[in-house]
Design a protein around this ligand. Structure first.
Ligand code: HEM
Length: 226
């Protein structure tokens, strides 16, 4: 006699599903930060937006410098792909927003951004930790980030995908969905034992918190209008 199986039993959770499920509450906390809501509603000044792009530059410089060293790593290497690279786009955006590339050298990171970038750099010795940070940023950029880019370009009168908002446009990833599916398949194929999987999930949760702290500091420095 056939037994009745629940969908969960019929289809066991993959690691990428467990990672998403366990970290999603923190995703909502990060998005709930006042600064992000106000940004989406067009209530952040151009200076405030420039400050956000500045923080992104420090974060992605850390991420992409660790990525460069991970290219040949058997576990983290498959995640590192050129089409994700954001630093050149961020530098172009900032040159536009600041009225010249020279001003980029004078930018300073917020304390929360320094903490985040430091943590990312520490994962140069830990491939799983690096993947956790890589996932948190790039999969987010390829998801909600695309919608943020559309709204932000409208708010500040910038051309979608042009200088000022290049960061939000992946010209070498025309179809994010299959890219993200392949990315999740790589997460599922990573040779992590249950303990290491737990550590990776914890690092993603930490990464969300570090992002939230940046939004809190940005919100304090650049209060929303209205
Ligand atoms: C206004 C801001 C944001 C919005 C509207 C947003 C929205 C979304 C949506 C709708 C998805 C699901 C996409 C899908 O199922 O393929 C998603 C996924 C994701 N977001 Fe966000 N997001 C925002 C900000 C962020 C931030 C700040 C981070 C982290 C720093 C982030 C990290 C992620 C990650 C890692 C995923 C992939 C989850 C997974 O499928 O495993 N998002 N976001």
């Amino acid at each position: 006699m056939p037994t009745t199986r629940t969908p969960a039993e019929a289809e066991p959770r993959t690691f990428s599903q467990a990672l998403r499920e366990r970290s999603w509450p923190l995703h909502d906390v990060a998005n709930g930060a006042g600064f992000i809501n106000a940004l989406m509603e067009g209530r952040i000044s151009r200076e405030g937006y420039t400050a956000l792009v500045t923080q992104h530059l420090f974060v992605y410089e850390a991420l992409e410098s660790v990525a460069a060293g991970m290219r040949d790593d058997p576990v983290a290497g498959p995640f590192v792909t050129d089409e994700l690279e954001r630093v050149p786009s961020l530098r172009a955006d900032l040159a536009h927003l600041l009225g010249g590339a020279d001003a980029i050298d004078d930018l300073e990171a917020l304390p929360a951004t320094r903490r985040y970038a430091d943590r990312i750099r520490e994962t140069a010795q830990w491939p799983g930790g690096f993947v956790a940070h890589h996932y948190t940023r790039y999969l987010g950029d390829l998801s909600g980030g695309l919608a943020v880019g559309t709204l932000v370009s409208r708010t500040y009168g910038l051309d979608l995908g042009g200088d000022g908002v290049r960061f939000y446009h992946f010209d070498r990833i025309p179809k994010p969905r299959p890219f993200k599916d392949a990315y999740r398949a790589r997460l599922d194929a990573a040779p992590w034992n249950p303990d290491e999987r737990e550590r990776v999930i914890d690092e993603v949760i930490l990464a969300y918190g570090l992002n939230t702290e940046i939004f809190v500091e940005l919100g304090a420095a650049h209060p929303a209008a209205g």
